[in-house]
Ligand binder design. Structure first.
Ligand code: HEM
Length: 240
């Protein structure tokens, strides 16, 4: 080989640290990831793969969603509102994916699900790390938003009535309500799926009546941002 010719790179060989045969598998740790579901001989029912896939992938999307909420909160605190809005869009999209995945559960037969249900122990979505994280990080975002509005010498009503003059705060307010709405949409959809699979007058694996889930669909992360809509309607009526 001539001295000035660079050695051709062999793209077929992995260069990342690890034992897996390719860099794809090393970087993504596919061996560990794909070992997290029961093997067929361990399953009580073949639908366990569907059930575990939906739940495990939901936890991953929720991990991303809540990580972006926490990052967005730090941006709001630093006065970087556009950067926060960009991240909130991601979180809401994650929640849409998690909601869409619920469709897959309705592919299970309600009777056959009863077999699977027996191996869940007292497992319940109340202990979902992803949803626990939603409950943990969402209030801090609301506080940061309220402080940003107050620091601008405004009220939430001003942000909406004079939205064009406070474009970034307005976009941020809408980013928060979008997140809130996506979480609520998940609850509504989850309630319907639960009612379709196990019924609406039974108790769950952790003893919670399904009726309670029906009531939880009214939960709001940012009640003030919903309340402002009522005030705007009243204000508009006054000026008619
Ligand atoms: C066959 C599918 C499902 C059924 C039958 C079901 C059933 C239930 C029931 C009965 C409850 C009330 C608590 C209890 O267990 O006693 C509950 C709560 C919950 N489930 Fe599910 N669930 C299903 C799928 C999912 C999925 C895919 C997720 C997403 C990770 C999830 C997340 C939750 C959460 C977060 C709660 C707490 C309620 C809330 O925060 O709104 N569930 N589920």
């Amino acid at each position: 080989m001539l001295p000035h010719m660079a050695q051709a790179e062999d793209f077929s060989q992995p260069v990342l640290p690890g034992d897996a045969p390719s860099d794809y598998e090393r970087y993504l740790r596919t061996e560990e990831l794909l070992a997290l579901q029961k093997e067929p001989e361990e399953q009580s029912h073949p639908d366990e793969l569907l059930f575990q896939t939906v739940h495990q992938s939901s936890e991953l999307w929720l991990k991303l969603a809540t990580s972006e909420i926490a990052r967005a909160t730090a941006h709001v605190r630093a006065g970087e509102l556009a950067a926060a809005v960009r991240l909130l869009r991601r979180s809401s999209l994650c929640m849409q994916y998690v909601t869409a995945q619920l469709d897959m559960l309705e592919q299970m037969s309600p009777w056959e699900y009863q077999t699977l249900r027996r191996v869940l122990g007292h497992g319940s979505g109340f202990d979902s790390p992803g949803f626990r994280q939603i409950r943990r990080v969402s209030p801090a975002l609301g506080d940061a938003f309220e402080d940003a509005v107050a620091a601008a010498g405004l009220t939430i009503d001003d942000v909406y009535v004079h939205g064009r003059e406070h474009e970034e705060l307005y976009q941020l307010a809408e980013g928060l309500i979008e997140w809130d709405e996506r979480v609520a949409n998940w609850r509504i959809r989850h309630y319907r799926v639960v009612a379709r699979i196990i019924g609406d007058r039974v108790v769950g694996t952790q003893g919670t009546p399904v009726e309670v889930l029906g009531r939880m669909i009214h939960k709001q992360l940012y009640p003030d941002l919903w309340e402002v809509r009522n005030r705007l309607t009243a204000l508009a009526k006054e000026s008619d």
